[in-house]
Design a protein around this ligand. Structure first.
Ligand code: ARG
Length: 442
């Protein structure tokens, strides 16, 4: 049954661990020599053989198929250097080996994703700075609420990405633990030097419990969770781009290359890239559920179920990298339609809160003021007028407290710039925000 061998194996999806595996094996071999478990000349041959495989990888050469990438490398090594290659696997099992490989690999990938996020954040900050004077409606419940700076809105995503990076840092800490030396499950009777291996492989810590070490995939689950949350954040931005591009909003344009037309409706430009990113979150969340389910109820220690961890981990990381790259370029090409966003602030009575604050500043209890302004808004709706189109007489019919200066309160730009509390949307506060995030991105 040739197919069963394939079924049991993982060669079709673990090939990308080849470099991590060879790096791990070289470190392991060095340790075997240092501790005298194998002779120096044997060690030299093994390392030479592993290096030659590594070198051939940069050429067209492909390693012959075996049950998994770990076996494939060992077999190729023995083919190249002979029986001495059989000594490499002393004091080691594929169980601690594969756990080590995945950790080596993910540590690199975590750093790559963090770099992509930093690039994306820089693009957001740049876009925010360049559009510092663009005013748009802010929404709650997707209903016009209060005017804000578009820069403020964009920067919200830079802070999300900042937390995402911090979460990855945290995940890195728990990935940065070396399982090698745990062997199959119980450790080894060989006098290995695990700290030495950790030093060569640049692991901060070594695992404390061999059973835990070979069966722990928490770091991988955590990684896919971190990726899922990044994906989730991206979907929120994509959703907004999709809305903002809709003619009903008409707030922004993005480069045409991120959209596509319809095969039937000639007028259409569809926000496909934003939609694909939104859609990809589905498969990434699926990867997270897969990881949790693979581990659920699994008795200690290693079980072959664990090899199914790789497809979801790789799928999540491949897709998030693509998504971050695409959204970065897309946001880089984003243009705000300044007049349109400003015009939109005229709808929805988004200055109403200012009028309530105006009264509250003149000693009217806020709840009373709130009710009064609600009546004014109803009056405006009836008369098809905007708040700044009412006359002084009309205002005074509602309250004698209103003075001419209310019209300044109704000025959209003024409204934005009165929001000076720390973290608020005034130009000054947003400039400070930009300074703060730039400091983080250095
Ligand atoms: N290919 C397996 C994995 O990816 C490693 C093999 C461990 N096999 C074993 N029989 N202990 O997890």
């Amino acid at each position: 049954m040739q197919n069963l061998k394939k079924f049991i194996g993982s060669f079709s999806f673990d090939g990308r661990l080849i470099e991590s595996d060879i790096t791990g094996s070289i470190a392991h071999t060095k340790m075997l020599v240092k501790t005298g478990i194998i002779g120096a000349s044997d060690g030299k041959k093994i390392i030479f053989g592993l290096m030659s495989i590594l070198k051939d990888l940069s050429k067209e050469w492909k390693i012959p198929e075996e049950e998994d990438i770990h076996y494939a490398i060992e077999k190729e090594l023995i083919r190249r250097i002979g029986i001495v290659g059989c000594k490499m696997h002393t004091a080691r099992s594929r169980n601690d080996q594969v756990a080590t490989d995945l950790r080596i690999y993910l540590k690199q990938e975590i750093n790559k994703i963090k770099n992509l996020l930093t690039t994306f954040q820089k693009i957001i900050v740049e876009k925010a700075s360049k559009n510092i004077d663009v005013i748009m409606p802010g929404f709650t419940h997707l209903q016009p609420a209060q005017p804000i700076l578009a820069a403020h809105h964009l920067l919200a995503y830079a802070w999300m990405m900042q937390r995402d990076k911090e979460r990855l840092d945290d995940c890195y800490k728990r990935t940065d633990i070396l399982p090698l030396g745990s062997a199959a499950l119980s450790g080894t009777s060989f006098k290995v030097d695990r700290s030495y291996v950790a030093k060569i492989l640049n692991f901060k810590n070594i695992s404390e419990n061999s059973l835990d070490a070979v069966s722990d995939r928490d770091f991988a689950v955590e990684f896919v969770f971190c990726v899922s949350l990044i994906a989730l954040h991206l979907t929120r931005l994509c959703e907004e781009i999709i809305l903002w591009m809709n003619p009903e909003f008409d707030y922004v344009t993005i480069d045409d290359k991120f959209t596509s037309g319809s095969s039937m409706m000639p007028q259409k430009r569809n926000p496909d890239c934003a939609e694909v990113i939104r859609g990809k979150s589905g498969r990434i969340f699926g990867d997270l559920i897969a990881m949790l389910t693979i581990l659920k109820s699994l008795p200690l220690a290693y079980n072959r179920d664990l090899q199914e961890d790789k497809p979801p981990v790789f799928d999540a990381l491949d897709n998030i990298k693509l998504c971050i790259e695409v959204i970065s370029e897309m946001i880089d090409s984003l243009k705000f339609l300044k007049e349109k966003t400003l015009r939109s602030t005229k709808k929805g009575f988004i200055a109403a809160t200012e009028l309530a604050d105006y009264l509250a500043n003149n000693d009217i209890p806020f709840r009373v003021a709130h009710k009064l302004i609600k009546d004014i808004v109803l009056y405006c709706k009836k008369k098809s007028k905007m708040l700044n189109e009412l006359s002084m007489e009309e205002y005074n019919k509602f309250s004698p407290i209103f003075k001419k200066d209310i019209f300044e309160y109704l000025d959209i730009k003024n409204i934005v710039n009165t929001k000076t509390s720390y973290g608020a949307t005034s130009k000054k506060a947003v400039m400070r925000q930009i300074k703060n995030i730039k400091r983080k991105l250095k």
